[in-house]
Design a protein around this ligand. Structure first.
Ligand code: NAD
Length: 265
C-alpha cells in the first residue's frame, strides 16, 4: 500500500454526492472508491465477478467512516449498461438514498497484451466491448440519472499518447474513450457536467501480472521520471480532484497521471 492511501483528508469535498465507480472493487477502482468515500461520497462499488472483493472495499470505506454499497453487472455483454443502472437504482432505493448520480467513474477495463499479428477477431471485439462500448452505453443510459453539475471521469491510459505496439488494440479502445470524453464534454457542458480522461501509466495492479518479473518491474519503474511504479492512490487522488468543485473549469481534458513516462527517452 502506498502511504498516501492512509492519508485522511480534512475537507470532505464529495460530501452529499453519490458516486458510481465501475470496476471499483480492486486495483485503481478500489483506490478511487476509497478516496471518494473518505471525502464524503456515497459510493456504489461496481464489480463484475468478485462479490467478496466488492464487499471488502465497501467495508474498508465504512471503516474509514464513509458509506458505500456493492453493485453487480457484468460488462462487455449485451444490455450491460441497463443491467448496471437497474442494479444501481435498486441498491440506492435499499439505502434510502435519493435517486441519481453526481460522479460517474468509468474505470473498469481489461488489457490485451498482443501485437497486431496475434489479435483474434474475438479478442478485438471483447476488449472494445468492455473498454469502449460499455462506457459509451453506461453514459447514454445514465444521462437521466446524472445530476446537473456532475462529473464523468474516464480512466484512459498514457499509451494513447505514445506508440506502444505490444498492446495495439487495447490502446485503440482507450483512444476511442478519449474521444468520448471530448465529445461528451461539449454536449454535457450546458448542464454543468464536466467530462475528463485521467490517464495512468504503469500502475501496480493485478491487470499486469508481468510486474512480478523483476526485470520488467525495473523497466516499468524506470519509465517514470520518479523511478517507481504508480500506486493506485496516485491515480485516485487525481480522479478525486477532477471530480471535485475545484476542477469545475476543467473539461474535455486528458490528464496525465503517469509519473511522466512519456516525457522523453
Ligand atoms: P484491475 O484488473 O485490477 O481492475 C480492473 C477492474 O475492472 C476490475 O475491478 C475488474 O473486475 C473490472 N472489470 C474488468 N472487466 C470487467 C467486466 N467484463 N465486467 C465487469 N467488470 C470488469 O486493473 P486496474 O489497473 O486497476 O485497471 C483499472 C483501469 O485502469 C482500467 O481501465 C485500465 O485499463 C486502466 N489502466 C491501468 C493501468 C495499469 O498499469 N494498471 C495503466 C493504464 C490504464
Amino acid at each position: 500500500t502506498h502511504p498516501k492511501e492512509k492519508t485522511l483528508t480534512t475537507t470532505l469535498r464529495h460530501e452529499g454526492r453519490t458516486a458510481l465507480v465501475t470496476g471499483g472493487s480492486r486495483g485503481i477502482g478500489r483506490a478511487i472508491s476509497r478516496r471518494l468515500g473518505r471525502e464524503g461520497a456515497l459510493v456504489a462499488v461496481h464489480y463484475g465477478h468478485d462479490r467478496a472483493a466488492a464487499e471488502r472495499t465497501v467495508k474498508e470505506i465504512e471503516a474509514d467512516g464513509g458509506r458505500a454499497f456493492p453493485v453487480h453487472a457484468e460488462l462487455g455483454v449485451p444490455g450491460d449498461a441497463d443491467t448496471l443502472w437497474e442494479a444501481f437504482d435498486r441498491a440506492l432505493a435499499e439505502q434510502d438514498a435519493r435517486p441519481g448520480v453526481d460522479v460517474l467513474v468509468n474505470n473498469a477495463g481489461i488489457t490485451l497484451p498482443r501485437r497486431i499479428a496475434d489479435v483474434t477477431e474475438a479478442d478485438y471485439d471483447r476488449v472494445f466491448a468492455v473498454n469502449t462500448k460499455a462506457p459509451f452505453f453506461i453514459v447514454q443510459r445514465g444521462l437521466d440519472r446524472l445530476r446537473d453539475g456532475g462529473r464523468i471521469v474516464n480512466v484512459s491510459s498514457v499509451a494513447t499518447r505514445v506508440a506502444f505496439p505490444p498492446i495495439v488494440a487495447y490502446t485503440m479502445t482507450k483512444a476511442a474513450l478519449d474521444y468520448l470524453t471530448l465529445s461528451l464534454a461539449q454536449e454535457l457542458g450546458p448542464r454543468g457536467i464536466t467530462v475528463n480522461s485521467v490517464a495512468p501509466g504503469y500502475t501496480e495492479t493485478e491487470i499486469n501480472p508481468t510486474l512480478n518479473i523483476p526485470e520488467i518491474r525495473r523497466r516499468y519503474s524506470d519509465a517514470s521520471v520518479f523511478g517507481r511504479l504508480g500506486a493506485p492512490a496516485d491515480i485516485a487522488d487525481v480522479v478525486s480532484f477532477v471530480a471535485s468543485d475545484d476542477a469545475r473549469w476543467v473539461t474535455g481534458q486528458w490528464i496525465d497521471a503517469s509519473g511522466g513516462v512519456h516525457l522523453g527517452v
